[in-house]
Design a protein around this ligand. Structure first.
Ligand code: B1N
Length: 831
């Protein structure tokens, strides 16, 4: 059915559709039972918690689908400019609690379930995580989707539907092992497979020149065709009926290709080929930094890009016949370089299929793309070997060469024959392996390029992309990352949420997070402080129970919970943390017994995954376990110090850990963390930060003041000089703890040797030695502050009160206004 132009009829339809499904307790119970009986196919008299969760999820999904239909129809009718967010990774985590909270029916569901004899919280625990991403970048995409929906922007997310998400981390004897995350095993109630939304995606083959009405034109004859099928995931906004879509593509065999194989009589091979098609989207690469120029990764990138572009152009053509209007209706956001083949693909479609002519096509492309960079150092930038691209996507290689040719010719006119600079800026890197610099391609075509924090954006202009900045200063912007307070306070810390709303006298901060600054006025109020401490205590209790269940270690709630949870990387310096813990242990051991009562007890919590091929990171995990084994079994030290490693850190574990943390560490070597978003989640939950002046921390300091966190370490501009100086900077205390590891105090002497070498082997690239003393001072300051609960609580309240700037709502509004040029398009209803 189409809406046609009869707007009265359309209005009436919108009204009729409003509230198809009722949200009173009885209706919800009926819906859940109906799904038990007909969707899960269990008897409504006999079903377990998991089946109850499935039925519950399906009933929520029905409500999401209703809203998503309304939203899409409304967008179609209004035809606003839309943004398409292209990201290779999304860390959505669980969806149940988030959905019912955003739909505003959490309490109704809790009531309905209790009438049926179930507890909402217990069923919510049945859900597994959707972990289609590695770390910060992927969780950022998820937070931004929540904000785009909540702020009513006409937005779509596009990505890949990996069958295996990020590996599960299993720790055996202190070593990390990777296990596949076959997350779709029990079905995924949130997604809808769109069997009719499929597109062919071509690979390999040759390009031939053909004559079309007297004009030369390029025709790509592929060697392989795979079909992309859409899976839609609804993303509900909070306090609005708007529900947008995250469309993920999966590979399926193309009939076109099969026919050829069947015709040659090779039936068995044809069937095996069908399986091969599904492989494209089967597994997420578990590495968030190094790129290896692997063919499958490139195939995944193109597959995702090609399907998305076909879908976007189809939607545009439904309402428009003239591509001149394309930039008025479409904005494409490249989340890092991973989707940047989209540029060549848009050019291919506009030139080869729509026959617009090169110049016109290029003009359009340059108006629609914008590009976010998440990398900090040149080694982090993707380069694709020319040979690989040429064999997989022969036409795209031609197009990229042509883009580069035109760009370099223009550049020569602007800067003359400065060959060094020309070769630095070229999209093609000449060298042992000739390759395509994907970031250069993205910068050349995008109208806007942004970093993800102030310092990162400045670094891009001053270092990594200096040449481009000098050429096009107006392209460069800063969009400091943010996280969604819906997920990171409302869903994960309900007691804090209630407390904040009570003291602010409103829930409006959930949509307008700047209101949190209102808490500043009460930061010294003993009543608020008392209640604030109680909330923290309850969250620490939850976390302590989890720790005991995971590791068998009993921890004291009076201790300071000191957390560092994030991907394991040398630059993030989990090793500095562990060396600091060894130092603390050593101090306690060597202390007079009478002095020990002055020690502030600590529970040190570390968690995170190492990329499977990252040896040093894996050794850091093992060292953490070896040190924990020693400390936790030392009855002499008892509750004064504990160390626990939380295995398989993911979004749902983070939801438990973050609210229970007193202190959290963000201690990357200055200049290495583009932004960091974990710190923002801890901040919102009233956790104090111990941090270096890197990435977003610099802006956090601006917001909450240097008095309310513990800063230490070299500053960005000092790093190069310190690196030159090398080991002479190694303080005695640091040398001593390294010696303990080297001497086998924690066992595995030989195994830890290469890890110790990274610090005292003469290079100390990440400056653990030179930052060590200042790190210990910051830790001592944290101890001192913790010993004064009122002071600590005041700092904690001020941290949360100053976290508003780090909401993804602010980030997204900024993108919408300054980069995408889009406006809210809100479905007319009360939410
Ligand atoms: O992106 C986050 C930042 O907060 C972090 O500082 C930054 O390290 C992170 C290749 C990446 N940069 N690059 C990646 C992820 C996956 C992959 O395959 C690179 N992730 C970041 C959000 O801006």
């Amino acid at each position: 059915m189409s809406l046609g132009s009869d707007s009265a009829k359309a209005e009436r339809m919108f009204r009729l559709m409003d509230g198809f499904l009722k949200n009173d307790s009885i209706s919800l119970q009926q819906d859940i039972l109906r799904h038990v009986e007909y969707t899960v196919a269990r008897s409504r008299f006999n079903f377990d918690d998991f089946e109850a969760y499935q039925a519950l999820a399906h009933s929520v999904r029905d409500r999401l689908i209703e809203r998503s239909h309304d939203t899409q129809l409304y967008f179609k009718r209004k035809d606003p400019k839309r943004v398409y967010f292209l990201s290779f990774e999304y860390l959505m985590g669980r969806s149940l609690s988030n959905s019912v909270i955003n739909l505003g029916i959490r309490d109704q569901y809790a009531d309905a379930l209790s009438q049926l004899g179930f507890e909402f919280e217990v069923l919510a625990e049945q859900e597994g995580d959707a972990a289609l991403g590695n770390g910060g970048l992927a969780r950022l995409s998820a937070c931004q989707m929540d904000s785009m929906a909540t702020l009513d922007y006409p937005a779509w997310g596009y990505g890949l539907r990996y069958e295996y998400g990020l590996f599960r981390q299993v720790i055996l004897d202190g070593f990390q092992h990777e296990q596949p995350d076959f997350w779709l095993n029990f079905g995924n109630p949130w997604e809808t497979e769109r069997v009719h939304v499929t597109y062919p995606v071509k690979f390999y083959g040759v390009v031939e020149e053909e004559n079309l009405n007297g004009e030369k034109c390029n025709v790509w004859i592929p060697g392989e065709v795979v079909e992309a099928v859409a899976y839609d995931n609804p993303i509900p906004g909070y306090g609005t009926r708007n529900t947008i879509t995250l469309r993920l593509w999966a590979g399926k065999p193309s009939d076109q290709h099969d026919m050829e194989a069947y015709n040659t009589g090779d039936y068995i091979n044809a069937v095996v080929c069908r399986q091969k098609a599904e492989n494209i989207s089967s597994v997420l690469y578990p590495d968030d930094r190094s790129f290896q120029g692997k063919e499958l990764r490139l195939k995944q990138q193109y597959f995702f890009v090609s399907a998305s572009i076909q879908d976007i152009i189809r939607r545009f053509k439904e309402a428009h016949s003239n591509f001149d209007e394309f930039p008025e209706k479409v904005a494409l956001q490249l989340n890092d370089t991973h989707p940047s083949l989209a540029i060549a693909e848009v050019m291919r479609v506009l030139v080869d299929k729509e026959h617009l002519g090169w110049n016109k096509a290029w003009d359009i492309a340059c108006k629609i793309f914008s590009f976010t960079i998440h990398a900090v150092i040149a080694e982090g930038l993707e380069k694709i070997p020319v040979d690989l691209l040429g064999s997989l996507l022969p036409r795209h290689l031609q197009i990229i060469y042509e883009i580069n040719f035109t760009f370099v010719e223009e550049l020569k006119k602007r800067i003359g024959l400065d060959y060094n600079r020309l070769s630095r800026m070229s999209i093609i890197e000449e060298g042992a392996v000739k390759s395509i610099r994907m970031a250069n391609l993205a910068i050349v075509c995008s109208h806007t390029v942004n970093g993800v924090s102030k310092v990162h954006s400045e670094l891009l202009k001053a270092k990594l992309f200096k040449d481009f900045y000098e050429l096009w200063p107006q392209k460069f912007q800063c969009k400091t990352n943010g996280v969604t307070q819906r997920r990171w306070i409302v869903v994960s810390n309900p007691s804090l949420c209630a407390l904040i709303s009570k003291w602010l006298g409103t829930e409006a901060w959930i949509r307008d997070v700047d209101l949190l600054t209102g808490l500043r006025a009460y930061a010294a109020d003993p009543d608020l402080q008392q209640e604030w401490m109680m909330v923290k205590k309850v969250n620490k209790m939850r976390l302590a129970e989890y720790i005991e269940a995971m590791s068998g270690v009993k921890v004291s709630l009076d201790a300071m919970f000191d957390v560092q949870t994030k991907r394991i990387h040398e630059y993030k310096r989990q090793l500095l943390n562990i060396l600091g813990i060894i130092h603390r242990y050593d101090c306690i051991k060597n202390m007079e017994k009478s002095q020990r009562s002055k020690v502030v007890p600590r529970v040190c919590i570390i968690g995170g995954k190492a990329a499977p091929g990252y040896e040093i990171a894996k050794k850091i995990i093992k060292l953490c376990h070896a040190v924990a084994e020693k400390i936790n079994n030392d009855t002499d030290v008892g509750d004064l110090l504990k160390l626990v490693f939380i295995p398989d850190y993911n979004v749902s574990v983070a939801e438990l850990v973050i609210p229970g943390a007193d202190l959290s560490q963000h201690i990357s070597t200055a200049g290495h963390e583009a932004s960091g978003t974990g710190s923002m989640k801890f901040l919102m939950n009233g956790c104090l930060l111990l941090a270096t002046e890197d990435g977003s921390t610099v802006e956090i300091v601006e917001e909450i003041g240097a008095d309310n966190l513990f800063l230490f370490g070299a500053k960005i501009h000092e790093v190069p000089k310190l690196r030159e100086e090398g080991s002479p900077k190694m303080p005695l205390q640091c040398a001593r703890v390294i010696r303990m590891v080297r001497d086998g105090y924690f066992g595995f002497k030989d195994y830890f040797e290469s890890l110790c070498d990274t610090v005292d082997g003469g290079k100390d690239f990440y400056l653990l030695g030179s930052d060590f003393e200042s790190y210990l001072e910051a830790q001592a300051a944290a101890d001192k502050a913790f010993a004064d609960p009122n002071k600590w609580t005041q700092m904690s309240i001020l941290s949360a009160a100053g976290s508003g700037r780090f909401s993804s709502d602010r980030t997204i509004r900024d993108y919408a206004e300054k980069t995408w040029g889009i406006e809210p398009c809100r479905f007319p209803s009360d939410g």
